[in-house]
Design a protein around this ligand. Structure first.
Ligand code: BEZ
Length: 250
């Protein structure tokens, strides 16, 4: 996963495994062919990289988190992983496809990322990605704003583009959009404390600068506000919305 925050690879492997489990259908959309060279951007702990390798492709997985990469190397010692920032990374050889699951919403410099990914593709190469799209976690963000104030949006660590905005960016960098979808993916998460766990894992930056006691209290307030909307039949369900896109390098 591409982000500057220190990732907790153990949690990502366990309670948050839905992040990569949902990505299996994206690998089908990628349709990797034996012998193809594929770049997996934000490979996290390497499960989807391994899935693509299992289809016969040669894959390089990159991630900006040393923790995630450490776990990926432990999980799959025979695969190729590299520590890299997608906004600046360069490769001596081009790839047949660039793949990315559940990561690009963490890259605030979306144009830098698109520019690097486009440059990494050979003409005719495929770009297949899925990440948080416009309206993603709208309910969660509203609760964060209500508890912490409007100013927290200035430090928002995510970008959730619309189909129109992201397609324009891809086209600007020589990628022809073939298909794009924006769709709701209500995502159930395990456990009574799942909402607080999610905030701890993914929204920590919103609480920076507060004392540990204040963090606990503010998180509890956020969770209480979310309860009526996101806790149903004994299960917390995240209001995820995905942008999925398939494009070809001209
Ligand atoms: C997402 O996958 O949509 C997401 C994950 C963590 C934080 C924000 C969004």
């Amino acid at each position: 996963m591409s982000a500057s925050s220190p990732w907790d690879a153990d949690r990502y492997e366990g309670k948050h495994s839905y992040v990569w489990q949902f990505g299996a259908s994206l690998v089908d959309l990628l349709a990797p062919q034996p012998g193809e060279r594929i770049l997996d951007v934000g490979c996290g702990t390497g499960h989807l990289t391994a899935e693509i390798v299992a289809r016969g492709a040669d894959v390089v997985g990159i991630d900006s988190s040393p923790d995630m990469l450490g776990q990926a190397r432990q999980n799959y010692p025979a695969l190729t992983f590299a520590l890299a920032d997608v906004t600046t990374v360069q490769f001596p050889e081009r790839f047949d496809a660039v793949f990315s699951n559940a990561v690009l919403h963490w890259v605030k410099d979306a144009e830098g990322a698109v520019s690097s990914m486009a440059a990494a593709l050979r003409p005719g190469g495929r770009f297949v990605a899925e990440f948080g799209g416009k309206g993603n976690i709208a309910v969660i963000r509203t609760a964060l704003r209500q508890v912490l104030g409007d100013a927290v949006d200035e430090g928002c660590p995510w970008t959730f583009p619309s189909i129109g905005d992201y397609s324009s960016l891809l086209e600007k960098h020589g990628l022809e959009v073939r298909e794009a979808w924006l769709f709701d993916r209500p995502t159930p998460v395990e456990g009574e404390n799942a909402m607080e766990d999610w905030l701890q894992m993914f929204a920590r930056s919103y609480f920076e600068g507060l004392s540990p006691a204040a963090v606990k209290q503010k998180m509890a307030e956020v969770v209480a506000r979310l309860h009526p909307a996101l806790y149903r039949n004994g299960v917390w369900t995240l209001d995820y919305r995905r942008l999925r896109v398939a494009a070809i390098r001209r």
